[in-house]
Design a protein around this ligand. Structure first.
Ligand SMILES: [Zn+2]
Length: 369
């Protein structure tokens, strides 16, 4: 008898290893989605739907509240050009597949976020009568452009599948609850000057020098810390790239400064844009992209019971995640999943076994009530 590639009735560590062993780089999630769909379809208490390589499974118990438990099935590409990583026993870490070493599980996607997917699958196949109705979402293409993101497609084609009171996204957060997320905006500051030979600089106007005032404003700016629902969100306004110059003997006629504004979720995208334009009011500012953050939404009862189980420990999320996508659809969302986000996408990506186990325990007992 051949062994099953995916067995959600195995323990959470084995299941995570199985998920890592099924390659699923963004755009190639058909196999993993087929296997996940087959396992969910075998559960009589779930209604299973499929849209592209997105698999949605729902309980329909008529509960007062519905929660979404979501995870993306895709990973970033294999890091086979990076330098070799050696484990403690001197063994070289394989580029593909899972490797168990002492108390951690290595492998592409282990942290981001097959550990979280394993927890969601364990809950879906184990808990027949959760205290809330649950919508489990396993989706494609999170690691690439937003137009291909599975949640974007579901929102456009089947928005009713995303109706819920709250969403838990099992993205790596060291198994802590991280609520809300900051917005992010990139803008370009452009200066113009007059070209001249640098031997006769007085005949020109140096566009790079024109950026000096903008840089001074940035280095002197004290970013705000904003408190929302008892959480502190620290903003940041920073130069992230600078360019200009024609040749070693020419006064440049153009300067470009790119800035990134990470802003607290109480600012809308439009407010963030106004702030940056006002901040650089003497300059020509072009917004390159801008997505609002997500408010933490910690007042929802279903979330309250989860927070109580972790003794009220909630932290703000600093990066931008799909939590904001749920928030934009009116569903407050939090991140909570196994793994340290700092090793996501790294050659030595791994997840601690203890976090897989504790996160599974927490989610299962929360759903059992
Ligand atoms: Zn992720």
């Amino acid at each position: 008898m051949t062994q099953k590639l995916l067995n959600p009735h195995a323990d959470v560590v084995t299941l995570t290893a199985q998920l890592i062993d099924i390659p699923s780089v963004s755009g190639n999630e058909a196999q993993i989605a087929d296997l996940v769909e087959a396992e969910l379809s075998a559960c009589s208490w779930l209604t299973v739907e499929r849209l592209n390589n997105n698999v949605i499974a729902r309980t329909n118990l008529g509960r007062d509240s519905r929660v979404i438990i979501a995870g993306h099935l895709d990973t970033v590409p294999v890091a086979n050009n990076d330098k070799a990583v050696f484990l403690s026993a001197g063994q070289q870490l394989p580029v593909e597949g899972s490797t168990l070493s002492e108390d951690v599980l290595f492998g592409l996607g282990g942290c981001d976020m097959k550990g979280g997917v394993a927890v969601a699958l364990r809950a879906a196949v184990t808990i027949q009568e959760p205290v809330f109705d649950v919508t489990y979402i396993f989706y494609e293409c999170e690691e690439i452009e937003s137009t291909r993101n599975g949640l974007t497609k579901i929102a456009a084609q089947k928005p009713e599948w995303l109706a819920a009171d709250i969403a838990i996204l099992l993205e790596p957060s060291n198994a802590n609850i991280e609520a809300g997320c900051q917005g992010t905006m990139r803008a370009e500051i452009r200066t113009s000057g007059i070209r001249a030979h640098s031997a006769r600089a007085w005949m020109g106007k140096n566009a790079i020098h024109e950026l000096a005032e903008a840089l001074k404003l940035l280095s002197e700016y004290k970013s705000l810390s904003v408190e929302i629902d008892g959480l502190e969100y620290r903003e940041g306004l920073n130069a992230v790239a600078i360019s200009g110059g024609v040749a070693g003997n020419i006064i440049p006629d153009e300067g470009l400064l790119e800035v990134n504004f990470r802003y607290a979720p109480n600012r809308s995208a439009a407010e963030a844009e106004n702030f940056v334009k006002e901040f650089f009011k003497n300059y020509e500012v072009t917004v390159l992209d801008n997505v609002a953050g997500a408010l933490p939404g910690l007042d929802r009862p279903a979330l309250q019971s989860l927070i109580k189980m972790v003794d009220g420990k909630v932290a703000p999320k600093f990066g931008w995640t799909d939590v904001a996508r749920f928030s934009a659809m009116g569903v407050p969302a939090v991140n909570m999943g196994p793994g340290n986000p700092a090793v996501a996408h790294a050659r030595h990506e791994h997840v601690p076994l203890a976090q897989l186990i504790s996160c599974e325990e927490l989610v299962l007992s929360w759903l059992r009530g």
